[in-house]
Design a protein around this ligand. Structure first.
Ligand SMILES: CSC[C@H]1O[C@@H](n2cnc3c(O)ncnc32)[C@H](O)[C@@H]1O
Ligand SMILES: [Zn+2]
Length: 451
């Protein structure tokens, strides 16, 4: 077996315990074979003895020093538009609708597939540097996003975002078909690290006939559905006015509310909708920074979790956040969750850490999210020796309230070291930054020219 040993750290276990353990990884299989003395049954027959995993001096093909650090599951960014890094800081301080219509959509109309690939590389670079190993992405030119994911070594669930409003029937149908075709083409790419989904933008930007057709085909194809739902009252009210039912009931009526589906935002959901989501097993991706910046509202995260809904965390795009650091999302989710519930005990540190790890992996239906024998070897090592993390009364508190993405020392996905001692090994960080700056400058010029 070709092994990687993460040595000398404390490990965040799925039950919330923190133990002083080494983590032994099978690099070929991309899985964790042992955590301290604990091995998966199958791994013992594959030749991993308990002594091999507990002996901190035992040889491994590669080692990662986690001394003084905390080994955590790789973080999951469960909703983003990764290439929007090119539009970071391009348009701020507006609510969703005018922001999209006046600024973002006109700029996106000028994006080339090359721009999207460069923007995706920049976003993935930022995510690896902040300990994120998996993400969900809704955008255009998804083959280019997939190329960036493949090269960088992370995992992703990818889909082409469909918008049909304002399009004639031919263009609208072509957009739906493209989303389904992209889902079929990309599922299983990058040695299985890429999975796909059918991704209508929202229940208001895709009209009913196309939603019905697309969802039915997605069900036949067996890919999940991901869309923006209940983000603003401007989006909820027209559905209620026109249909006499709330958006989540409409989604159910469309057969778009299934156990593998995951909806972004879920800000303006009432109790009946929370119950529907819980009964259906549909996950909600909470995007607190985007919701605050666009003044969309406060999602009822505590109530969603109490009802049994799987809640994950997402940054949304870098133009409404304005970074892709899931540590920020953990802190924002905890803070905003307390405000929304008017209760300082609501959405505690353990909850947001769970949402950013196991909750994210479960919502996306991707491996990872837990450090345990048999699980995917997706992990990050967070240094705990910085002044802002001293003293360490409770490492989980630090993850939620004090740590930043820049505290991540190493990042591993699928058993491959993607970042060692803050050097990203799979991407050339300087070249990516240069290409992205140039592409963003050209884009802004094209938008200004109208050309
Ligand atoms: C059709 S591809 C995805 C589409 O979504 C836009 N977008 C970015 N952030 C948000 C948001 O918070 N709500 C709704 N839509 C958003 C993005 O710019 C793309 O056009
Ligand atoms: Zn979004």
């Amino acid at each position: 077996m070709n092994t990687l040993r993460v040595t000398g750290g404390r490990v965040l276990r799925p039950d919330g315990r923190v133990t002083e353990s080494d983590v032994l990884v099978d690099r070929g299989a991309g899985t964790i074979v042992a955590v301290g003395g604990e091995t998966a049954g199958a791994n013992e027959t594959a030749g991993v003895k308990a002594s091999e995993s507990t002996d901190r001096t035992a040889e491994a093909d590669e080692t990662l020093d986690a001394d003084g650090g905390l080994v955590i599951p790789g973080l999951v960014n469960a909703h983003t538009h990764v290439a929007m890094t090119l539009l970071r800081g391009y348009a701020d301080d507006k609510p969703l609708d005018p922001w999209l219509r006046e600024d973002i959509w006109p700029a996106e109309a000028k994006l080339t597939p090359e721009d999207i690939e460069v923007g995706a590389e920049l976003g993935v670079l930022e995510m690896i540097r902040s300990g994120t190993t998996a993400f969900a992405d809704m955008y255009f030119a998804m083959d280019r996003v997939a190329d960036a994911v493949d090269r960088a070594g992370v995992r992703a669930r990818l889909g082409h975002g469909v918008v049909t409003v304002g399009k004639d029937a031919e263009d609208a149908r072509a957009d739906v078909e493209e989303s389904l075709e992209v889902a079929r083409q990309l599922d299983g790419a990058a040695d299985g690290r890429i999975r796909s989904a059918f991704m209508p933008h929202s229940l208001t930007t895709v009209s009913e006939e196309y939603l019905r057709e697309g969802v039915a085909e997605a069900r036949e194809t067996g890919v999940p559905i991901h869309l923006h739902a209940n983000e603003t009252t401007d989006e909820v009210d027209p559905i209620v006015d026109e249909r006499g039912e709330r958006p989540i009931a409409y989604a159910e009526d469309l057969d778009a509310l299934g156990p593998n589906d995951f909806f972004a935002h879920g800000v303006h959901v009432d109790d009946s909708e929370i119950d529907r989501l819980a009964d259906a097993g549909t996950a909600v991706v909470h995007c607190p920074a985007s919701n605050m910046k666009l003044a969309s509202g406060m999602a009822p995260v505590q109530r969603l979790r109490e009802a049994g809904v799987t809640v994950a965390l997402g940054t949304d795009g870098a133009a409404s956040n304005n970074d892709l650091d899931v540590f920020d999302e953990m802190r924002d989710a905890a803070m905003l969750g307390k405000l929304a519930a008017d209760d300082a005990a609501a959405v505690p540190a353990e909850a947001v850490v769970e949402m950013a790890t196991a909750g994210g992996a479960d919502a996306l239906g991707l491996p990872g999210g837990r450090i345990e024998p048999g699980a995917a070897a997706d992990l990050a090592v967070v240094g705990l020796d910085a002044p802002h993390l001293t003293p360490v009364h409770d490492p989980i508190s630090h993850l939620a309230y004090a740590a930043h993405g820049s505290d991540v020392r190493h990042t591993v996905c699928d058993g491959e070291v993607l970042m060692r001692d803050r050097e990203v090994l799979t991407l050339d960080a300087d070249a990516v930054r240069e290409r992205a700056s140039a592409a963003a400058a050209d884009l802004v010029e094209r938008v200004g020219d109208g050309g």
